[in-house]
Design a protein around this ligand. Structure first.
Ligand SMILES: [Zn+2]
Ligand SMILES: [Zn+2]
Length: 271
């Protein structure tokens, strides 16, 4: 399957979701995205069940050119330890990880260190496992943005408001980020309903927007379907829903002006 994605990416930017589910969804794997262009691949997020979901398509978690992680919930980084350990001890190479220095510290100190630090005599550090690629901070923007280009793929990494539920500004939120790719496609990753996001990250030039969507309930840390239904039609007309629960059959997003639910392993392409 990875060969199919790479082949498609030779003629344009490709998104292919390994999973589109929420943290507790069981019908789909947790939300994880393969970005591909020019035959190169970036795996965005490795939740706890993503190594298995990849395996079922004949893909190893170590098969990607680059990696990026949006935030520290286990449905996004629960499979990263497998990447680190299998890269170090089986493949014997360091995966290239696109990560800001700030989040590199948080991810190691708060999450990964416990399972990876004690593997040889002497304590290992994050840099023993990965080759970090640090994006540049884009100064003087209303929303914190970091920018990097790898093999012709341009990423803008922007801060989102996800947790805790009580905060109202992105500056107060725990580290969580979304992506704008080649200026053409936006992936919010996990976010609360946050209309100011689209004041800071202009969606008018985007050809597609993949947005977090919680089906039902109160939107404490995710955007609910009813909340994002209030976006203007011009935005909904290019919006796919991701990170959704197992009850998606109860919804018909196209009736409410959306493009639909993002589907796992479907190739979305922009030429
Ligand atoms: Zn999540
Ligand atoms: Zn989350």
């Amino acid at each position: 399957m990875l060969d199919v994605i790479k082949k498609a990416s030779e003629t344009g930017l490709v998104f292919c979701f390994v999973g589109v589910g929420s943290a507790f969804a069981k019908k789909h794997a947790q939300t994880s995205l393969i970005i591909a262009k020019n035959g190169k691949t970036i795996l965005v997020d490795i939740g706890s069940n993503i190594p298995q979901a990849l395996y079922e398509k004949g893909i190893a978690v170590t098969d990607f050119d680059y990696y990026h992680f949006t935030h520290s919930h286990a449905d996004h980084i629960g499979g990263v330890e497998e990447l680190l350990l299998s890269s170090r001890y089986i493949k014997k190479q360091k995966p290239k990880v696109i990560i800001t220095p700030t989040y590199q510290d948080i991810l190691w100190e708060k999450s990964l260190k416990g399972g990876c630090e004690y593997n040889e005599a002497g304590l290992l550090r994050f840099s023993d496992f990965i080759s970090p690629l640090w994006p540049q901070w884009v100064q003087a923007t209303p929303r914190e943005i970091y920018r990097i280009e790898v093999d012709g793929i341009h990423l803008d990494i922007f801060r989102t408001i996800h947790v805790p539920a009580e905060v109202v500004r992105w500056e107060q939120a725990f580290w969580s980020t979304g992506l704008r790719v080649d200026g053409r496609v936006i992936f919010t990753a996990d976010t609360r309903f946050d209309p100011t996001l689209f004041q800071h990250i202009d969606p008018s030039q985007a050809e597609a927007v993949f947005h977090d969507c919680q089906l039902g309930g109160y939107g404490a840390v995710h955007a609910t379907y009813d909340e994002i239904k209030t976006f203007p039609d011009s935005l909904k007309h290019k919006m796919y829903l991701s990170h959704y629960g197992d009850n998606s059959r109860d919804y018909t997003p196209q009736k409410d002006g959306f493009l639909g639910f993002a589907e796992p392993w479907k190739i979305y392409q922009w030429k």
